[in-house]
Design a protein around this ligand. Structure first.
Ligand code: MTE
Ligand code: MO
Length: 269
């Protein structure tokens, strides 16, 4: 459902997940009826399911397992330039002030359904154990780039704030307004993932791209990498993580800026 006009960038959502999934599942007959376990061991079945552009998180987990890893590449595969997309320079005054100061005053706030809300400076995040991964970024517009990311695993940050049992999702709040930054209505970019996706080994808060400080165009000072999902889930310009039980009360209720504009919440690749 399109709730408001799409301002820039992405095309309108293509046929919904149901029809893609139905098409994939129609293929089940071709592989013979078998238990789920047997089906998930059948490479043709797995390939056919993965070809669906939109795969629900539950289906993805049934087929690939909750901790299945996105493919990682070698240094030789890194794209010469990591094409930026969406916001490339937030116009918001608060962000401009932080940038002018080299993000010395920026802090990532982590709150909501946690026992110990906290705010982390860049220096603190950089001092935490890091993970480096070379992965492929796929935008729904149809282009891909391979880049090398370094950051802290989100699971590590979460362990420090201790999510309560009620926490079901992490909501990522970004600095950049998608409409006029001076307008009254909040139009900042946002995203969300499940706790299980948040704790996946390749889910990191990245501060370096290709061995250099993350450029502003790609989300400085910190952006999300959630490697089993499409480009629009990779929230840039992170300001705040909020742990929630439900995201239906947030903004238009679909769990993210592009989701509120009709895109799938689980953007499995
Ligand atoms: N804050 C914010 N995050 C964002 C966007 C954006 O406009 N603002 N665009 C998304 C989209 S559609 C894509 S494809 C990627 C682009 O990341 P890149 O600029 O590093 O290529 O960021 C995603 N995260
Ligand atoms: Mo995108």
């Amino acid at each position: 459902m399109i709730k408001k006009p799409i301002s820039s960038g992405h095309p309108k959502p293509s046929p919904n997940r149901r029809s893609a999934l139905r098409a994939a599942l129609a293929g089940v007959g071709a592989f013979g009826l078998a238990g789920c376990d047997q089906l998930s061991n059948n490479p043709n079945f797995v390939k056919s399911l993965k070809s669906a552009q939109y795969l629900s998180e539950a289906t993805q987990k049934l087929v690939a397992g909750p901790s299945a890893m996105a493919q990682e590449f070698s240094e030789a595969d890194i794209s010469p330039r990591f094409k930026p997309n969406g916001t490339m320079m937030p116009g918001d005054a608060d962000y401009r002030d932080l940038l002018a100061n080299g993000f010395a005053e920026w802090k990532l706030e982590v709150d909501g359904l946690v026992e110990k809300p906290a705010a982390f400076s860049l220096a603190e995040l950089r001092a935490m154990p890091s993970r480096t991964q070379i992965t492929r970024h796929d935008c729904v517009e149809g282009w891909s780039v391979i880049g090398k990311w370094k950051g802290v695993q989100l699971s590590h940050v979460l362990a420090q704030v201790r999510p309560t049992a009620k926490a079901k999702f992490v909501v990522f709040r970004c600095a950049d307004s998608m409409d006029d930054p001076n307008a009254d209505e909040d139009s900042t970019y946002y995203e969300s993932v499940s706790m299980s996706e948040a704790r996946h080994a390749q889910t990191i808060l990245a501060y370096d791209l290709n061995d250099k400080t993350l450029p502003v165009a790609n989300g400085a000072p910190l952006r999300l990498r959630v490697e089993r999902q499409l480009g629009y889930k990779q929230a840039k310009y992170l300001m705040r993580l909020e742990l929630v039980e439900d995201f239906r009360d947030i903004r238009d209720g679909a769990g993210g800026y592009w989701e509120d504009n009709g895109y799938e919440w689980y953007a499995g690749i």
